[in-house]
Design a protein around this ligand. Structure first.
Ligand code: GLN
Length: 545
């Protein structure tokens, strides 16, 4: 039997609902319960793929090729499990399903309405996850904040699920307690109001997670308890932390996991947060540094910051660095600077390693190409991700294989040497303006060539029968196989190939400590307790520098 825990935000957005959800998930899993999480995004976009990361943060790609919210990535990292497309819902997606059903006459002539039909579709989707995963617990994070017009139908769905089976459903309000500078005192009123707003839609929170700069004192816990109709022990303190990975341990200190189980009349089957504890200890104590530069095209951002746009890359660097007991120092380098002032490329020597991450569009590409060239010639460890691979191929084609003016047709459609190009089916999609969800998405197999850097990273040089890995993609352009032979002759190693389509997945160079790039995004599969092999190898070599 599945139990459902709804996580709802109050007062402010961006206070870490996703991390709270993921942390509760980790705790319940560590108690021996199969746990998964669902993210509901209240916007109309069918998926996150059509949104600018500066507005929305990273587009996280699932194994089955959905373009989702970065919270799904946080769930995967904390739960150490794949989360699939079914666990992601947007208003656009829900309405689309209902409208399609209406067009097929499946409502049998009824008037189709927001309530109950939309809420019912939401419930159907939540229950589908239960059927498919057989999870003991499903955490459902409702995006946005209570009181917003946008998420009211989701709250309605949650209320209906509780009405249907009150013993199976629990509500957690994640609130924020400000400490106004002039007052110097933590204020509970916004939390009281958020709780009231929830009451208005028929929901009584079982727990209130109190996010704040500092821990909550007993006086405030009591106040919230009385005003919000929640037991004092169920008012949970959730102060700011240096690393989000501390949060499950903090919740444990507050006994949150046990209190949740008690409400469902369940007991701890086993307890295993030890490995997580060890990780947190490393995070808090590492001193020796590893300096990584990320060369990209950056921008002034709105609500979301740069780190949000590249969340998985940053986390993957951290996981691998902690594995080697290093503290990662990450610098953002604006590539355009190397176009205006090539002399400044010298500063790249100060890094242990460089990454050129995924990207779209032309601004800053020549600067990135120069940085890649510098890393290649000066033997600085280099890892290219997706666009980073495409530009590494362009750099090699131009500067080593002498194909002057070689480029990706994404940037220069008229190039004489289109070393990176669109596949015919992608071209058709673009011509029809069919942009949403139409890139090459999700996991594809990649056959790793023996005696390469990639093989060493993935298989530790052990002989394996089928050296195939599955990695996640999100791109339209591909290395043009017409140039494979020329580039190979000049020394570019194609160490990973899709065995079905023959598309190029990994490139690398010999006679370089670490020069490797991937068409896929390895960062999506890195987990704190099991860093991605390619990031691990990259950091290992970078440390030696
Ligand atoms: N713009 C490139 C493409 O569409 C790379 C995309 C990416 O880096 N994710 O193929």
């Amino acid at each position: 039997m599945t139990r459902y825990i709804f996580i709802i935000g109050g007062v402010l957005s961006g206070v870490g609902k996703g991390t709270a959800t993921a942390s509760i998930g980790r705790i319940l899993k560590s108690y021996g319960y199969k746990t998964t999480a669902i993210k509901i995004d209240p916007y109309i976009n069918v998926d996150a793929g059509t949104m600018n990361p500066t507005e929305h943060g990273e587009v996280f790609v699932t194994e089955d090729g959905d373009e989702t919210d970065q919270d799904i990535g946080i769930y995967e990292r904390f739960l150490d499990e794949n989360i699939y497309s079914d666990n992601y819902m947007t208003t656009g997606r829900v309405y689309q399903a209902v409208i399609n059903r209406e067009r097929r006459l499946e409502y049998k002539g009824k008037c189709v309405e927001a309530i109950p039909h939309i809420s019912e579709e939401v419930i159907r989707r939540i229950k589908r996850v239960s059927q498919k995963t057989k999870a003991d617990f499903i955490l459902v994070e409702i995006g946005g904040t209570v009181g917003e017009y946008q998420n009211v139908l989701y709250l309605e769905a949650a209320r209906m699920m509780h009405l249907e089976n009150p013993k199976n459903v629990l509500f957690i309000l994640v609130s924020y307690l400000p400490i106004p500078e002039k007052l110097g005192e933590m204020k509970t009123k916004p939390t009281q109001q958020a709780s009231r707003l929830l009451n208005e839609v028929g929901i009584q929170p079982d727990f209130i997670l109190c996010r704040a700069k500092t821990p909550l004192d007993q006086i405030r816990k009591r106040k919230i308890s009385v005003f919000c109709n929640v037991k004092e022990e169920d008012v949970i303190s959730a102060p700011d932390v240096d690393s989000i990975y501390e949060i499950p341990l903090n919740f444990e200190k507050e006994g949150l996991g046990k209190k949740i189980l008690k409400k469902f009349n369940l007991r701890i089957k086993k307890k295993n947060l030890k490995d997580w504890g060890r990780l947190v200890k490393t995070i808090k104590t590492v001193k020796k540094e590893v300096k990584i530069g990320i060369v990209g095209k950056y921008f002034m951002t709105g609500e979301f910051t740069l780190t949000d746009s590249y969340l998985s890359v940053i986390e993957a660097i951290k996981h691998a660095s902690w594995f080697f007991e290093r503290k990662p120092i990450i610098s953002w380098i604006e590539s355009e600077k190397y176009e205006k002032d090539p002399k400044s490329l010298k500063e790249l020597k100060n890094f242990n390693g460089l990454i050129v991450p995924g990207g779209f569009g032309s601004r800053g590409t020549e600067g990135k190409i120069r940085a890649i060239s510098y890393a290649r010639r000066n033997k600085i460890p280099f890892l290219g991700l997706c666009f980073g691979l495409q530009l590494a191929v362009v750099e090699f084609a131009r500067n080593v294989a002498n194909l002057k003016g070689a480029h990706s047709t994404e940037i220069n459609p008229k190039t004489k040497y289109p070393v990176v190009d669109l596949m015919p089916e992608q071209l058709k999609k673009i011509q029809k303006a069919h942009y949403g969800g139409s890139m090459r998405l999700g996991a594809y197999p990649c056959l790793i060539k023996e005696k390469t850097l990639a093989y060493r990273a993935y298989f530790n040089n052990k002989k394996v029968k089928e050296p195939i890995v599955f990695e996640r993609h999100r791109h339209r352009y591909e290395v043009n196989n017409q140039f494979k032979e020329i580039l190979e002759k000049k020394g570019l190693v194609f160490s990973g190939i899709n065995p079905e389509s023959n598309l190029i997945e990994i490139i690398e160079l010999k006679n370089h400590p670490f020069f490797l790039a991937t068409q896929f995004h390895p960062e999506f599969k890195s987990r704190p307790l099991s860093p991605h092999p390619l990031f691990k190898e990259f950091i290992k070599i970078a440390i030696k520098r």
